[in-house]
Design a protein around this ligand. Structure first.
Ligand code: BDR
Ligand code: CA
Length: 406
């Protein structure tokens, strides 16, 4: 990493980097409006999966590696659900189980940009896989750190790579901060993270954003086309006993491994007193990329709270057209005409005289998933994990029509 490595970032560095990344993103999406090249028809999508396995990450990885539409250029574990010294071997284990040893795995950040690591071992178990023990991986990570590999791959295939992020966004923010033009070379980013309807680790924040809010803010301000698959929809993607039985019946190593993880997860969820769950947060983000018709997406300007005493990591979605407000015919969807400035908190007596204006005009920076076809999602997830060929409707997985196609 460079001398100003975000792994050693100060809050001042963060503010500067964040602004620089935003400027770079603006330029990259730029005045010239130069379109990012389209993927050749019929080919697969190049993706990098950034992850913190993690029970649902492990299932998401297996699912992705069983999806022929994805050309997985790398898997980049990060500290999150458990520390990196567990997420890294867990990712290697999944690669080995799926028989996909050709996929490079690169070690990511050990800790968030500016904060101490908070883990979720209370959900994912001490080993991150809810106590399921798989053999030590025989494959090794590549020599480059994750952020460097992410930069190399995106630069090798400008405009072609989608980042599928299912953990805290530290690695991605580190990559963006080390290469100011990178954001403009990314095809899109689809994240499991955030929420417009309350958090899961605090009332305000979803776990991935809570762990590294500063990194998330860099990502949302980068200018990359972003799809946010947050708790608004992942809470509706609940694993059932029937799903676990279907996995147990699958006669292949991936299905058997997924079944063991899912069996433990469902049992522990019941032991904790929940009648439903666990939620398949991370696999839903992968599925939403594979088949966007599973999700209902709406445009928002999303920003991330980084200063809050109780709310850091909260995602705020601004939209002048969301909800039930009735407008004059012709004005319902015309956000530009509504010219809504994006405001921060009310000024304090000691501070500025007026509310800070974060953006002069409303311009969406993310498509936010607001509803999900849960039945279709589980058909795809459980079908593919258990070894069935579940096709994706052609109209959905067509680069020209894909919502992140530009
Ligand atoms: C997210 O947090 C993690 O615990 C899960 O793996 C998922 O990525 C859900 O809030
Ligand atoms: Ca995760």
């Amino acid at each position: 990493m460079k001398a100003n490595s975000p792994f050693r970032m100060t809050r001042r560095d963060f503010v500067t980097t964040s602004a620089a990344t935003l400027a770079a993103g603006k330029l990259a999406l730029g005045a010239s409006g130069a379109p990012v090249p389209e993927q050749p028809a019929g080919s697969s999508f190049r993706v990098i999966i950034d992850t913190d396995p993690g029970v649902d990450d492990a299932l998401a990885l297996l699912f992705a590696m069983r999806s022929p539409e994805l050309k997985i250029e790398a898997i980049t574990p990060v500290a999150g659900n458990v520390p990196l010294d567990l997420t890294l071997p867990n990712a290697l284990r999944m690669v080995e189980i799926a028989g996909r040893k050709e996929i490079p795995v690169a070690a990511g950040a050990k800790q968030p940009l500016l904060r101490r690591l908070v883990t979720a071992a209370y959900v994912h178990g001490q080993n991150g896989l809810d106590g399921v023990v798989f053999p030590e991986p025989t494959i090794k990570p590549v020599s480059q750190p994750a952020a460097q590999l992410i930069c190399e791959i995106i630069r090798k295939y400008p405009g072609e790579v989608t980042l599928l992020t299912i953990g805290p966004l530290t690695n991605i923010a580190a990559a963006l901060s080390s290469d100011p033009v990178l954001a403009g070379m990314v095809r899109s980013l689809v994240m499991m993270g955030g929420s417009l309807s309350g958090g899961n680790i605090t009332p305000a924040a979803e776990f991935n954003l809570y762990v590294d809010p500063e990194a998330a803010r860099i990502v949302f301000q980068s200018g990359m086309p972003i799809t946010m698959v947050g708790l608004d929809v992942t809470r509706k993607a609940t694993l059932t006993e029937e799903h676990v039985r279907a996995l147990e019946a699958g006669q292949n190593p991936v299905s058997q491994a997924a079944a063991r993880i899912a069996r433990n997860a469902i049992e522990h969820t019941r032991e904790h007193g929940f009648l439903a769950g666990p939620n398949m947060h991370d696999p839903l983000a992968i599925a939403g990329f594979l088949d966007p018709s599973i999700l209902k997406l709406e445009d928002y300007y999303v920003d991330v709270e980084t200063m809050g005493e109780l709310t850091a990591g909260q995602t705020l979605g601004y939209s002048p057209v969301a909800g039930d407000l009735r407008r004059r015919p012709g004005m319902e969807k015309d956000a530009a005409k509504l010219n809504m400035p994006i405001r921060g908190s009310a000024p304090t007596l000691a501070g500025t005289k007026s509310s800070p204006v974060v953006r002069e005009n409303y311009v969406p920076n993310a498509k936010v998933a607001v509803d999900v076809n849960s039945a279709r999602f589980f058909e795809l997830l459980i079908g593919r994990l258990s070894g069935a060929t579940v096709p994706i409707p052609r109209a959905s997985f067509s680069p020209g029509r894909h919502p992140d196609a530009v």
